[in-house]
Design a protein around this ligand. Structure first.
Ligand code: TXA
Ligand code: MG
Length: 361
């Protein structure tokens, strides 16, 4: 009997995350070689991939994501040799960093080789590259034999997809294939480190922490835009920072000791309820007794201090709470250390979404 497959979902295929079925990966690789665009998992978030040297395919990525053409893409490489072939020059720090953190969630920005298209780098003289650790991404790079340009597989401005369903929701039938290997491990995007500056600068905090980088290459700075975001206090007025990673609901941030945060959130949740607004909250288990009766929808990431689990669940929680139609999402703002730096950065940018773009009345 021929199985019934709904037309809408016929381009999604389930893949084993640890031991990917090669036949599925080969189908994806064939598509990439023919200017196709394919959603695939990495250890950070799902990416929307295309042959990095194929301008037609790159144009399809920008169209599917509705991404502005000034925002350059990350090129995923199979190994250090492939990275070398895409760079004009590589600083000494590159070898050390690749040796220590590749494959993994570290993207390095270096001078690009002449044949890397301007469409990928948005006209910049530099290229961002990383070697992913996820078995599906690694096998796809091996089977395709190509450098794969891949931004996160979300619509521009939306939270990055940590599950294949999120990519489907945002990109739907505009992509040729979605490889579904379940939820991603880390949940936040890679660290982007600019090696063309001295000392190197973090352009986007992520899975590899500033502390980890510094133990290997010495001092690393935060790019001014990152430093401004992570230094902001939790209750700073929104509307100033760059809109990104944002749910439709308003994001409100709470900082301090755990009990203080819980009490401040409680007061805010009661205030919202009194005004007839539905509220959501992303909190820790310890806060549940205080908040789960006053807040319409709560999502707990785990215990206080389990920031890796917070990172893993944040974007999915945004999407779930959005689907409940909440007006505000109250969130714990973690300390600016370790992975906390990246969580803070994403939360501050989400909270900075202009008022007019939010679903609030
Ligand atoms: O974890 C990740 O990095 C995911 C997975 C799919 O690998 N990819 C990802 O790509 O987050 P995307 O396009 O959503 O974010 C890429 C970031 C953007 O902030 C972009 O501006 C920056 O990297 N970027 C890319 N090329 C650059 C360059 N040449 N110079 C400076 N920044 C660059
Ligand atoms: Mg992105």
């Amino acid at each position: 009997m021929i199985p019934l497959v709904s037309k809408k979902n016929s381009n999604i295929v389930k893949v084993n995350p640890g031991f990917p079925q090669r036949v599925h990966i080969q189908r994806a690789a064939t598509l990439l070689r023919k200017s196709g665009i394919v959603v695939f998992p990495t250890e950070t978030v799902y990416g929307l991939g295309a042959d990095a040297l194929d301008k037609t395919a790159i144009a399809r990525i920008f169209a599917a994501k509705q991404r502005p053409n000034w925002d350059p893409l990350i090129v995923h490489v199979r190994d250090v040799a492939m990275a070398r072939s895409l760079a004009k020059t590589l600083p000494d720090a590159f070898e050390v960093l690749a040796g220590k953190f590749w494959p993994g969630p570290l993207t390095v920005v270096v001078q690009k080789a002449g044949h890397v298209p301007d469409e990928v780098t948005a006209g910049r003289p530099t290229v961002a590259m990383r070697m992913p650790r996820h078995a599906v991404a690694a096998m796809l790079l091996e089977e395709a034999g190509l450098p794969i340009a891949a931004p996160s597989a979300n619509k521009f401005g939306r939270p990055s997809p940590t599950r294949a369903e999120h990519a489907l929701e945002d990109l739907g039938s505009n992509v040729d294939l979605i490889l579904d290997a379940g939820p991603t491990l880390m949940g936040l995007e890679s660290t982007v480190l600019d090696l063309t500056q001295s000392p190197p600068a973090i352009l986007r905090p992520g899975g590899v922490t500033r502390e980890q980088l510094e133990t290997v290459i010495g001092p690393v700075t935060l790019a001014p835009s990152v430093a401004d975001e992570v230094a902001k206090q939790g209750l700073a007025s929104p509307g100033m920072s760059q809109q990104h990673y944002a749910p439709r609901a308003r994001v409100e941030l709470f900082e301090g000791a755990m009990d203080d945060i819980a009490n401040q959130m409680l007061a805010r949740a009661i205030d919202l309820r009194n005004r007839g607004h539905r509220a959501g909250a992303i909190i820790c288990d310890e806060m549940l007794p205080l908040l789960d009766k006053t807040t319409d929808f709560v999502s707990s990431f785990g215990h206080w201090g389990e920031w890796d689990r917070y990172a893993k669940r944040l974007f999915a929680a945004f999407r779930v709470l959005d689907s409940q139609g909440v007006v505000s999402i109250l969130c714990v703002l973690p300390p600016a250390e370790g992975i906390g730096l990246a969580i803070r950065d994403r939360l501050q940018r989400a909270a900075g979404k202009p008022r007019s773009e939010r679903g609030e009345s």
